[in-house]
Design a binder for this molecule. Structure first.
Ligand SMILES: Cc1ncc(COP(=O)(O)O)c(C=O)c1O
Length: 368
């Protein structure tokens, strides 16, 4: 089936493959998968179900809305909120049985006041990311504060987040892991799950695996950073971005295209207009950075600035017709445009490209 306009197609078999690969590598550690931001643009419910079926034992999200969406879809697995939330959200966290991340006693009280009972929580330690969490030296007091709120609250996990794990030779990861270990030393944690690893940690720093890994970008078959090539690691990309040709016309040599007339044709050629634009997540400047699409198994350059809802492609003398399939990200014929191609051109990371594909683009899953 081709899209009416544009669509994201997510290969759930690739998600399952990537989860299975990670499980194999990190065992006996468990895998909790990160499905925040609509599963990095892939579609949260379908990805969460596929990952759980492939052996993941928990899910991680950024917001209460995201957790509630999973619960409304009937997903019963643990759902960890990766940051402490406003006290105003405590009632919703308890009602949806989301697992809060905590780093102060006031947030504990809000949950108790909201009726939490034997409620599992995770404590987050800031060992160097300097974003959120309690400092390692404050962990002992936080653990005591939690014990004072037993049996309403129950310690299920203690974790930290790595800032430079994607830079494989960087000493910062070991420094963070040492600080984490020092913070944990001598504490009675009653069998709590200890965790530190994101994808890069899980794949490249065995010492970070501990009891579970929080697998995000690698589950999607994408790169955590320049030092880690997903295909070298055996990961398979799950996302394709496709559209269909909306309009085709001949243009004259010397004529120009799109807003600002920034691209002038040096020869007569054929231009295909594709109904996808920057409001869908194709960055406006991608055309001037060398952005291409696949039509009929061949690469064709975007020309002129990408507009809000449409972009133009110079297809030369190729035979291209309305409704032909256009691949912006993914495979067609023998060729493939990877997310990494976009992120390299745009000077960004794979995460930003896939999270940038807007909600206007419908998600469809295959496999699974
Ligand atoms: C606390 C935390 N853990 C794990 C992850 C997953 O990271 P990655 O996608 O690099 O695996 C994130 C993502 O931002 C995060 O914020």
């Amino acid at each position: 089936m081709s899209p009416d306009r544009a669509e994201v197609v997510v290969d759930l078999d690739a998600i399952a493959h990537n989860v299975a690969l990670a499980l194999e590598q990190v065992a006996p550690a468990r895998v909790w998968v990160v499905v925040k931001a609509g599963a990095y643009g892939h579609g949260d419910v379908a990805v969460a179900r596929a990952a759980l079926a492939a052996g993941a034992s928990g899910l991680c999200v950024a917001t209460v809305d995201e957790g509630e969406r999973l619960r409304s879809a009937g997903i019963d697995a643990p759902v960890l909120l990766l940051s402490q939330q406003s006290a105003r959200l405590a009632g919703r966290i308890v009602a949806a049985r989301l697992t809060p991340t905590l780093y102060d006693a006031d947030a504990m009280d809000a949950l108790v006041d909201a009726g939490a009972s034997d409620f599992p929580v995770h404590l987050k330690v800031d060992t160097g990311m300097q974003r959120v969490g309690v400092r390692p030296e404050g962990l002992a007091d936080l653990v005591s504060a939690l014990a004072e709120r037993s049996p309403a609250l129950r310690l299920e996990g203690v974790y930290t987040h790595l800032a430079v794990a994607d830079r494989t030779g960087h000493p910062g990861t070991n420094e963070q892991l040492e600080r984490f270990a020092e913070g944990l030393e001598g504490l009675d944690l009653d069998g709590a799950l200890i965790h530190a690893a994101n994808s890069a940690g899980a794949l490249a720093h065995p010492g970070s695996r501990r009891d579970l890994v929080r697998l995000g970008i690698a589950m999607y078959g994408l790169s955590p950073g320049d030092d880690l090539d997903p295909s070298d690691l055996g990961l398979r990309p799950a996302l394709a971005l496709r559209a269909r040709v909306g309009h085709v016309k001949r243009v004259e040599a010397g004529s120009s295209v799109s807003y600002g007339w920034r691209h002038t044709f040096d020869r007569a050629t054929t231009v295909a207009t594709i109904p996808i634009g920057y409001a869908d997540g194709v960055p406006r400047r991608l055309s001037s950075l060398g952005g291409q699409v696949l039509i009929g198994g061949r690469r064709h350059p975007m020309v002129g600035v990408v507009t809000m809802d449409q972009l133009m492609v110079d297809v030369g003398n190729s035979t291209v017709a309305v409704d032909d399939e256009v691949v912006l990200i993914g495979s067609q014929g023998a060729d493939r445009i990877g997310v990494g191609e976009w992120s390299a051109m745009l000077g960004t990371i794979d995460y930003e490209v896939v999270c940038g594909i807007s909600a206007r683009v419908p998600r469809r899953s295959i496999g699974g």
